[in-house]
Each structure stands twice: as C-alpha cells, then as structure tokens.
Design a protein around this ligand. Structure first.
Ligand code: UDP
Length: 412
C-alpha cells in the first residue's frame, strides 16, 4: 500500500530532546519504518525547517522523507506554525495529485487541518493521530497554554472529518468521544518501542554508590521534573539523573534547566541532581539500564514513550496515574502509579522498591515481557495497517465547512 504521512513540525529526521522534538518524531520515524518492513511504501511529508535540507531523502528502505516549503526555511515554534498551513497544504496537494497514496496519515492537529485541505476532492482518506489534544492541554496549562486560539475547535472538526482517528490510549479515546468523535471511527493503537534497541541486557552507564533515578524527556514544566527533584528530599541515599533538553553545553542558557536547577537548590538536593542534557536516542538504553528506577511524573501525558523504553530495558517505572501510563504501566506489576504532583507519595513508592531488590527485579522482568508482547513497533504497524484498510474501505465524510472555506476561518 502507498502511504503518505504528514507530520508538519515533527520530522522523523530531527534530533529529539528539545522543546518541540520528542515522542511524535520518534513515533513517526518508527511507525514509517515498521510499515515499510511490512512491505508498504511510505512517504513522510514534513515542513522544511532548514535551508540545506534536500527535497527528498531516504529514511530507510521503503521510507522517503519529503520537505515541503511553507514559511521560513528555519526553526519555527510549533505554536507559531498556523499561518503557514495553507502553503503546506498547497505543497502537499501537488504531491498527492502527482502520486496519490491509498491513505494519508496526519500526525498532530495542524497536520490534520492541512491534510483535510490538501486531500479534499482527491478521494484520499485521512487517518488522524493527534498525539496531544488541545482540550487536555488547556485544562492543565490554563493561561500558560500557547496554542493558537482556534486549536480546540479545529481539532473537533478534524476528528469529525477524518475517515478514522487513532487514539493512542484509552484516556484519549474518552476525550475524543466527549469531543463528539463517533466511537465507531476510532481505533485505539498505542505507540511502540524498539525492542531490538531497548533491551534489558547490554552496557550500562557508569554510576557510583548512590541509588539512581532517571528522569528522561523534553524539559517542559508539564513533565513534572520538579516533582522528580523533590522526591530526593525523602531519599538521602539517592541521586537523580535528568536527561533531555538541549545539549549539555547549552543547558546553562536553557530557561527551564535554569529554573529546575534553582528548584533543586531550594529543595536542598542540588548536589544529588545531575543534568546531562539531550542524550542521542541510540545512547539511551545504557543510561536507562544504569538506573534503579525511571521516574515519569507528568501532570498529564497524552501517551508517553519513555515508560515503554524503561520497561523494555527491564527498569521499573514510578509514574503518574495519568493518560497513556494508565494503559502501559501495570501498577504493582511493572511499576507503581501515583497521583500526579504528589512527590512525597512518589518518594514512598521509590523507597519501597529501592529497599526490595527482589521485587524490583521482578517488576523489571515483567515490564520487559509486557512491552515485548504488546508494544513492539511491528505489532503497532500491523494494527495501524488495519486502520488504513478500514479508512480506505469507507469514504471520508468531510463536513461542508472543511470543504469550502477553511483557510480564512481557521487561520484568521
Ligand atoms: N528522547 C531522546 N533523548 C532525550 C530526550 C528524549 O531520545 O534526550 C526521546 C525519548 O527516548 C522518547 C521521546 O524522546 O522516545 C519522548 O517521547 P515521550 O512520548 O515520552 O514524550 P513527548 O516528547 O512525546 O512528550
């Protein structure tokens, strides 16, 4: 099957770890690769965000990345990309006309808007994965939410217009249904993990005598790294390694890293917190294996690939009972789930597991078995392929609004 994907801000070629480059980039790259391994031909379209990028470049056999000119050929924050969507849609439409795919898979809401415009009248069904929902972001971030005002309304329309919507977890399924998305058009398909790369056996980063916790991810407030730092107040024999953000050399200029370091000082634990900056994806397993536990304490989490990566390496997760973690981490079996923003409770759970080597090993082994059985990318690709086939079999039902005058209405 010929598959086109649109991932407007998240290129599968990007270096992950920065503010806008994380799970979606990893997801698009891995899903496209796994679909190609199943014999599909995949083109991933993404916005050109640097002048020297080739127009087409192979990602792996069967997957090509195409850069679309829309807005400046430079980095633009994703929350400032909306004005460039019409140009992105026009560029995409030309490609789809020349080489029509069986399905167009849009990643994130803005790709959804552009995909609907680009494919209108082309008989190409759109499959939509949101990766995050504006309603949830607004609920948790309130006025700190820098998304465009039109996001929530646009997401509703995109969800209603897509041939199929892929929810990455049960929590997102509930949100989508409450937004008015017909249940029968939603497939629940999680993200995956590369079980060939993230394995329990293999090299470990060096460490000293303290117990070690690892917090890994983009340095953004909602990831709850402050709470992971606060946990150390109750655990004097434990250190925290924070991986993510810019390269280690640029951490001192990163406002969030500076804020977190100040927080660690205020909590009196700064000497036991080490910020190592962005870690190349290829080097992550050894960092994960060196930890006794991986702490993921977000306020909310649309999916969360990091808990899967931890479990794949045989390391238990201390996580918030939110979003995707409710599906991926089995409380009391592969880790512990706690209410978000309660570091003292998280510290107690960490203590229990640090004091019980046998239980920790059991949790680790159970996590590795779970992700190998449920979350391998080949399995995720197989489920996604079924969703594509359903989409191709049913006509996309686009409301009149999206077919007629979408641009002014959404961009203005
Ligand atoms: N990541 C990485 N290096 C870093 C920080 C993060 O490779 O320094 C990867 C991490 O391994 C995971 C992804 O970025 O695959 C983050 O995905 P997740 O779904 O956990 O969070 P999101 O970024 O989508 O909020």
């Amino acid at each position: 099957m010929k598959v086109a994907m649109l991932s407007e801000h998240a290129s599968p070629l990007a270096v992950v770890g920065g503010v806008d480059a994380g799970g979606q980039n990893v997801h698009v790259a891995a899903l496209a690769t796994a679909l190609a391994e199943r014999g599909h031909e995949v083109v991933v379209y993404t916005r050109r965000d640097a002048p020297d990028l080739p127009q087409r470049t192979p990602l792996c056999p069967g997957v090509t990345v195409e850069h679309l000119a829309a807005g400046p050929a430079a980095a633009v924050l994703k929350d400032e990309l909306l004005p460039y969507l019409p140009a992105l849609a026009d560029e995409l439409r030309l490609r789809l006309e020349n080489d029509p795919p069986a399905v167009l898979h849009a990643h994130f809401w803005m790709s959804g808007v552009a995909a609907q415009w680009a494919s209108s009248d082309l008989e190409v069904p759109v499959v939509q994965t949101f990766h995050a929902l504006g309603t949830v972001k607004r609920r948790f971030q309130g006025r700190a939410d820098s998304s465009p005002e039109s996001r929530i309304a646009s997401e509703r329309r995109v969800a209603r217009s897509a041939a199929r919507v892929i929810a990455s977890c049960t929590d997102e399924l509930r949100e989508l249904v409450s937004m008015g998305t017909p249940r029968e058009r939603i497939d629940v398909i999680p993200s995956g993990v590369d079980n060939r790369h993230f394995t329990p056996d293999g090299p470990r980063a060096e460490r000293g005598r303290l117990h070690r916790l690892l917090a890994l991810g983009r340095l953004v407030p909602r990831k709850g790294i402050d709470d992971a730092i606060s946990v150390l107040r109750w655990l004097p024999d434990t250190e925290l390694v924070v991986a993510g953000g810019p390269d280690a050399t640029a951490l001192r200029d990163d406002p969030e890293a500076v804020r977190l370091k100040e927080w660690a000082e205020q909590q009196g634990v700064a000497e036991r917190v080490r910020f190592i900056g962005r870690v190349p994806h290829a080097d992550l397993p050894e960092q994960i294996r060196a930890a006794d536990l991986v702490v993921c304490l977000p306020w909310y989490e649309p999916f969360g690939i990091v808990p899967l990566e931890a479990m794949a390496c045989g390391v238990p997760v201390i996580g918030s009972a939110v979003g995707g973690l409710l599906d991926t981490v089995i409380d009391g079996v592969t880790g512990m789930l706690l209410p978000p923003r309660r570091p003292q409770l998280a510290a107690a759970a960490v203590r229990d597991l640090l004091d019980d080597d046998e239980r920790r090993a059991r949790f680790g082994a159970a996590g590795a078995r779970r992700v190998a059985a449920q979350y391998d990318w080949s399995r995720v690709a197989q489920c996604t392929e079924r969703s594509y086939l359903r989409a191709a079999a049913q006509r996309s039902r686009r409301p009149v609004l999206l077919r007629t005058a979408p641009r002014k209405e959404s961009v203005g």
